[in-house]
Each structure stands twice: as structure tokens, then as C-alpha cells.
Design a protein around this ligand. Structure first.
Ligand SMILES: *[C@@H]1O[C@H](CO)[C@@H](O)[C@H](O)[C@H]1NC(C)=O
Ligand SMILES: *[C@@H]1O[C@H](CO)[C@@H](O)[C@H](O)[C@H]1NC(C)=O
Ligand SMILES: *[C@@H]1O[C@H](CO)[C@@H](O)[C@H](O)[C@H]1NC(C)=O
Ligand SMILES: *[C@@H]1O[C@H](CO)[C@@H](O)[C@H](O)[C@H]1NC(C)=O
Ligand SMILES: *[C@@H]1O[C@H](CO)[C@@H](O)[C@H](O)[C@H]1NC(C)=O
Ligand SMILES: *[C@@H]1O[C@H](CO)[C@@H](O)[C@H](O)[C@H]1NC(C)=O
Ligand SMILES: *[C@@H]1O[C@H](CO)[C@@H](O)[C@H](O)[C@H]1NC(C)=O
Length: 393
């Protein structure tokens, strides 16, 4: 039984290595000619967000248009499982949801980072489903890298969303935030109340002025006056469903929290909407992994094809009569995820972003010839993977 099971798994993995090899989208020519470039069209107009913040020159989250908009009325594009990489650092683990790390995501213009936290041997670690499967290290070291970026980008507001898989206490998250130097940037809502009304979310300009530029949502914690910047996610945010296996499976129904009612209900209570837009594929009965085969279509800002990111955002905007506040995608550097957020926000020009597609095509190129399809995926990890059945989001 065990033997045949491992036989099945070995077979499955053999097919995975073929299937999950990243389809190369950029031509080698594009990859070699493009070095890291800044997206802003007038290249000389400051990517350095200077302290000269007369209101006409200020740029907030890459655009002057966003400065006076409420935080809740902006679409923040986000990297789902942003710490779980499918790259050399993980032996190209099929449990990875991103090719490029969270710093590069922020550089490119994403403003929401989601990850999963486990309580392992007394510390909080970023692990995907289990630390035996994919361990991205201690939470505080990852947060420190985010804090470094935040400190260097004084005109940007960043949101962090952590899935608290082992129900760790808020005080443990607070310790990691302190250690990382991120706590001081934490935005604290005006009242101790849980759900605020939409109007109560401040403008980016005022969050930037106060230097409280990091909004942190965590699942399964109780709010604590000792760390009032750690916000219980489902007091503020509702999410659409997340285990989507078909291109026409995306919708805008409220999935969590289960007692939020309809989207209209949730909005009337002041919730913000989060659109989960990532597709899994089933590699063998009951085992799902992030789908890279359809990634260009799934992450397209287009609105014409079932499964398009642009279409899903537009659909939720139409159904909700509210712009989605948050969107989560896998493999954010594929397709045009930042453009999809710009379209939602009504922005045609942005400044201060780094175009990461050149970097990613360069780093993918080692496997472009298909000769290095090694997947370092240990037996223990396989069993954990199988036991978990579904990769936890
Ligand atoms: C901001 O910069 C502009 C152009 O460099 C300059 O004319 C203006 O005086 C500056 N404003 C402040 C408040 O420093
Ligand atoms: C193939 O990938 C493995 C794991 O990432 C790496 O250690 C090795 O150096 C790679 N080999 C080549 C030829 O790129
Ligand atoms: C992402 O990778 C760069 C380059 O290796 C590194 O400097 C940065 O700290 C990394 N960021 C995170 C969040 O791991
Ligand atoms: C936690 O402790 C167990 C038992 O000693 C060990 O097997 C495991 O590798 C440890 N986990 C980490 C992340 O160090
Ligand atoms: C900024 O700080 C002031 C003074 O503490 C406070 O009254 C105001 O609500 C803060 N605004 C934001 C957006 O945090
Ligand atoms: C939205 O998708 C979820 C998950 O697939 C499904 O349970 C729900 O019925 C769908 N809602 C609608 C309105 O189709
Ligand atoms: C990023 O660079 C690629 C090729 O170098 C280009 O096709 C793409 O349009 C650029 N993206 C943005 C947002 O400028």
C-alpha cells in the first residue's frame, strides 16, 4: 500500500516536473536587452519620492491621483503567499506560489503581501501548509526586509495580510513586528471599534503624513491594546472563494467571514472586499498546486476572457458597486497584474516602479532550455503534502 502510494506519487511528480516548468513568455531578445528599468514615462521625474510634498507634486503609491483617496477606495494589488517562492531557494518547489520575492513585488507596484504563519518550536515561521513542506524562515526576518523597503519608500502605504495557521497570540506577532522594526509604521484605526465604516479609512496622504504606512491584518487573533496596529482580518475584510480549479470558477460571492452575509450587507457594515484571483490545478486526485500553465490568461488585465484578472475585478466592482480594495494573485510577475490595479484605480500613469518582468525572464532562463527540471522535493515533504491534501492558502 505504502509502496504503491509512493509509486503513484513518483509518477505524479514526474508529470509535475513537466507540467510545472514555467512556460517562457519573454523572448530571449527581450530578456537580454532589458535591464531593470523604471516604469515612469518621463524617466527623470522623481522616482525618489522627495520630502518636497507640496500637494501638487506629491505621489502616493506611485500616483498623485491616489493621495486624497480613502485607503479603502483604492485597489491594492497583492501577492498571494508572497513568501513562498518557486525558485532556486526552494528547489523550485511546486508548493511555491511566486517566482519573485516580496521586495521585488513592492518595487513593481504591488502594495499587499499575504503569507501564512506557523508556530514551530516556539517561534513564528513562514511555512506553506507545514514547515516540512516549504519553510521560508522566521517571520521576523521576512518582516525586517519589508520594514527596510517601507523605510526607504516614505510615500508608500503597504498592507500585510498574515494567515495565522496555528492560532498564535497577537503578542507573538507583536514581538516579531518589534524585532523587525515594523511596529512603528503600524497604522492604528481611530477607535477601538472593530469594523470601521468605509468613510473612516483615511486618505493615503494622511497616513503618509503620520508615517503610519503599514496596515496589518491577521487571521485568528483577538485585537489587543498592546499592539493596536494588528487588526483581526475578518473584522475588516471579507474574501471571495479561493479554491478555484477552472477558469470560469471565479466569482464575487462572500466566502469568509461566514457570518458577513451578502456583499451588500458586508459593505453596509464597513467591510472592505478582497478578491482571491489565483487558480489551482489538480495534479492527482485531491492534490492541488498553483497553476502556471494558464498564468498569462489568469493574470491578464484583459476583460474579455473567462479567468482574466481584469474581468474578475470588473465583475466584482459591478456586483458590489465598490472597487475591490484588495486582490491576491499568484506569480504576480506574469501577465499584467499591476496594470489591472491601475485600471481599477483609473490611473494611466505611474512613477517610481521597477519593471520586474526583465529580471524574471532573466532568472527563468536557466530552465528555459528544459535541461534543469530538478525538483528537490523530499519524501517527508511529499507525505506532508499528501496528508494536507489541499495546499492551505
Ligand atoms: C518643491 O519643489 C519645487 C521644484 O523643485 C520648488 O519650486 C518648490 O519651491 C518646492 N516646494 C517646497 C515646499 O519645498
Ligand atoms: C539545477 O537546479 C538545482 C536546484 O535549484 C541547482 O542546484 C543546480 O545548480 C542547477 N543546475 C544547473 C545546471 O543549472
Ligand atoms: C528579495 O531578494 C533580494 C535580492 O536577493 C533581497 O535583497 C531581498 O531582501 C529579498 N526580499 C525578501 C522579502 O526576501
Ligand atoms: C522543530 O523541532 C522538531 C523536533 O526537534 C524538528 O524536527 C524540526 O525540524 C524543528 N523545526 C524547525 C523549523 O526548526
Ligand atoms: C495622524 O495623527 C494625528 C495625531 O496623533 C491623529 O489625530 C490622526 O488621526 C492621525 N491620522 C491618521 C491618518 O492616522
Ligand atoms: C462562487 O464560487 C463558490 C466556490 O466555487 C461557489 O460555492 C458559489 O456557489 C459561487 N457563487 C455563485 C453565485 O455562483
Ligand atoms: C516591462 O518590460 C517589458 C519588456 O521589457 C514590456 O513589454 C512591458 O510593457 C513593461 N511593463 C511596463 C508596465 O512598463
Amino acid at each position: 500500500m505504502l509502496f504503491s502510494l509512493s509509486g503513484i506519487l513518483a509518477g505524479a511528480l514526474v508529470s509535475i516536473t513537466g507540467v510545472s516548468a514555467m512556460p517562457q513568455q519573454a523572448s530571449p531578445a527581450a530578456a537580454s536587452s532589458a535591464s531593470t528599468s523604471v516604469v515612469s514615462s518621463p524617466a527623470s521625474t522623481s522616482s525618489s519620492s522627495s520630502s518636497n510634498s507640496s500637494s501638487s507634486s506629491q505621489v502616493c503609491n506611485n500616483s498623485p491621483v491616489l493621495c486624497d483617496r480613502h485607503y479603502s477606495d483604492i485597489t491594492h494589488m497583492g501577492a498571494h503567499d508572497s513568501a513562498f517562492l518557486r525558485d532556486d531557494s526552494t528547489g523550485n518547489s511546486i508548493a511555491g506560489n511566486q517566482f519573485l520575492n516580496a521586495t521585488l513585488a513592492l518595487d513593481a507596484g504591488l502594495r499587499l503581501l499575504q503569507a501564512q504563519v506557523h508556530h514551530e518550536n516556539g517561534t513564528l515561521r513562514l511555512c506553506h501548509t507545514s514547515c516540512g513542506l516549504l519553510d521560508a524562515g522566521p517571520l521576523d526576518s521576512w518582516l525586517a526586509r519589508i520594514a527596510e523597503w517601507v523605510a526607504g519608500h516614505p510615500s508608500d502605504v503597504v498592507t500585510i495580510l498574515l494567515v495565522n495557521s496555528d492560532n498564535a497570540d497577537a503578542s507573538q506577532f507583536a514581538a516579531a513586528y518589534q524585532q523587525a522594526g515594523l511596529a512603528k509604521f503600524g497604522y492604528v484605526p481611530p477607535s477601538a471599534a472593530t469594523t470601521t465604516t468605509t468613510q473612516e479609512w483615511p486618505s493615503l496622504r494622511s497616513m503618509i503624513a503620520n508615517n503610519t504606512r503599514v496596515v496589518s491584518f491577521i487571521t485568528n487573533i483577538d485585537a489587543s491594546s498592546a499592539s493596536p496596529y494588528l487588526l483581526p482580518e475578518f473584522d475588516y475584510v471579507f474574501e471571495t472563494p479561493f479554491t478555484v480549479l477552472s477558469l470560469d470558477g471565479f466569482n464575487c460571492t462572500v466566502d469568509r467571514p461566514s457570518d458577513a452575509g451578502t456583499a451588500a450587507n458586508a459593505f453596509s457594515q464597513g467591510f472592505m472586499g478582497l478578491v482571491n484571483h489565483f487558480k489551482d490545478e489538480e495534479i492527482t486526485a485531491g492534490i492541488n498546486i498553483p497553476d502556471t500553465d494558464n498564468i498569462a490568461l489568469v493574470n491578464s488585465a484583459g476583460t474579455s476572457d473567462a479567468g482574466n484578472l481584469g474581468q474578475h475585478i470588473q465583475q466584482c466592482n459591478d456586483q458590489w458597486n465598490h472597487r475591490p480594495t484588495f486582490v491576491l494573485v499568484d506569480f504576480w510577475d506574469k501577465g499584467d497584474t499591476v496594470k489591472a490595479a491601475d485600471d481599477s484605480n483609473g490611473i494611466s500613469q505611474a512613477s517610481g516602479r521597477t519593471n520586474a518582468s526583465a529580471d524574471s525572464s532573466a532568472s527563468d532562463s536557466s530552465s528555459a532550455d528544459g535541461t534543469n527540471q530538478t525538483r528537490e522535493f523530499g519524501t517527508g515533504a511529499l507525505i506532508a503534502f499528501l496528508a494536507a491534501t489541499l495546499l492551505m492558502i
